[in-house]
Ligand binder design. Structure first.
Ligand SMILES: Cc1ncc(COP(=O)(O)O)c(C=O)c1O
Length: 380
């Protein structure tokens, strides 16, 4: 009766271990330039916290209905109309505690125990861990620069294994690549025709440096969309996200949400309603990420990091460091200890190929990113 169950035993989220090492270094009074964490350094727009003062005074902030505050669900649906020109019935929107609980709901709702769900490798490390903890089998699909790190129809056909589901993230973490709309359309058609439930992680939508990523909802009503207030909306710690589920699944997901989570935090849901009134400020932040990206594209090669595809979106740059190491974990540990720059080893996203990749996050202000690159310039 001692110890963890097999399905409950998942690997650590390495980036969080890097965060701990960086925090220890700061506690010793040493400087750290944070390029490891995938979160905006600026919090929610000030106007949102101002608006919440009234809510704190007038609302008991109890549980909400499991699917989320109706006004929030309406505003989320309206966001699709404004940004993507897509009509989404607010009844299909399920408010969650960050996208992380959205995954639990979506996977439990869509897949039987033992189902096989494909995911791109490199990819977000929590996907396989959450799947495994639910008794679902993650199936890694190797992707590389030829498909711009995305599991396209060609990649799936070449891969050739039977799948019950597929997770796609566009823009992707860690590479920042976006799947072109036509490519996503072909993928949704392929999934629908082959009985593969598509889970479209759209958490980095809104953060793009050219063409915006398309939502899978433009092409199918069979996909489950996952999204969050963490990235574009700068609300990581508020733990708020949402799903858009196919209409026939709404009631089932509602029952799961009632039982698993009761509701997402009420105050955060009110913040979510208000943040839609501050889109201009959020757009300015995306423009700032764009300036940081341009600076890094120019300066990182001067620091010996030149092998990367310029990211289309999100705020990550995935650099191939094969010319410098074959042990990205040790490389990042040494980089933090010797320069104070914290970055995430590629093995977090790809246990094999990631041994010679490093992910830099540029979700911070440009000045501190410039300082970070300067530290790296003299280091080898
Ligand atoms: C691709 C991707 N999906 C989901 C998440 C989870 O975010 P949250 O639970 O804050 O919505 C992250 C966090 O970094 C991510 O990178």
């Amino acid at each position: 009766m001692s110890g963890m169950s097999r399905r409950g035993t998942v690997p650590p989220f390495i980036v969080m271990d890097v965060v701990r090492a960086a925090t220890d270094r700061e506690a010793q009074g040493l400087p750290v330039w944070h390029m490891e964490v995938g979160q905006p350094s600026l919090g929610v727009p000030k106007g949102v916290t101002e608006s919440l003062k009234g809510v704190l005074d007038s609302d008991a902030l109890g549980y909400t209905v499991a699917l989320g505050l109706p006004e929030l669900r309406r505003r989320i649906a309206a966001h699709y109309q404004r940004t993507q020109g897509v009509e989404i019935d607010p009844q299909r929107v399920v408010v969650t505690t960050g996208s992380s609980t959205g995954f639990i709901l979506a996977f439990a709702a869509c897949f039987e125990v033992g189902a096989r769900v494909g995911l791109a490798q490199p990819g977000y490390p929590a996907y396989p861990s959450i799947l495994r903890s639910l008794g679902i089998e993650p199936v890694s699909i190797p992707v590389g620069p030829d498909s711009r790190y995305q599991p396209t129809v060609e990649v799936l056909e070449r891969f050739g294994q039977k799948l019950d589901g597929l997770i796609v993230a566009s823009p992707s973490n860690p590479t920042g690549t976006i799947m072109a709309p036509e490519e996503l359309q072909r993928l949704t058609a392929y999934c629908d025709a082959n009985g593969i439930r598509l889970i479209s992680d759209e958490i980095y939508h809104g953060i793009a440096f050219g063409q915006q990523a398309a939502t899978a909802a433009r092409f199918t009503d069979q996909a489950v969309l996952i999204n969050s207030f963490s990235k574009y909306f700068c609300m990581t710690g508020w733990r708020l996200g949402w799903l858009v589920v196919p209409e026939p699944m709404v009631r089932g997901v509602e029952c799961l949400a009632q039982n698993l989570f009761i509701s997402a935090p009420a105050l955060s849901q009110h913040a979510g309603i208000h943040v839609f009134d501050h889109i201009d400020e959020l757009e300015e932040r995306v423009a700032a990420y764009g300036r940081s990206r341009a600076m890094l594209l120019e300066e990182l090669p001067k620091a010996g990091f030149s092998r990367f595809a310029p990211p289309d979106g999100a705020f990550y740059l995935y650099a191939d460091v094969a010319d410098r190491t074959n042990d990205s974990l040790e490389f990042c540990r040494r980089m933090l200890a010797e320069t104070g720059v914290a970055a995430t080893p590629g093995v977090d996203f790809d246990p094999l190929g990631g041994s010679h990749f490093v992910r830099f996050s540029f979700a911070r202000d440009e000045a501190s990113l410039r300082e970070a690159v300067e530290q790296l310039k003299g280091w080898s």
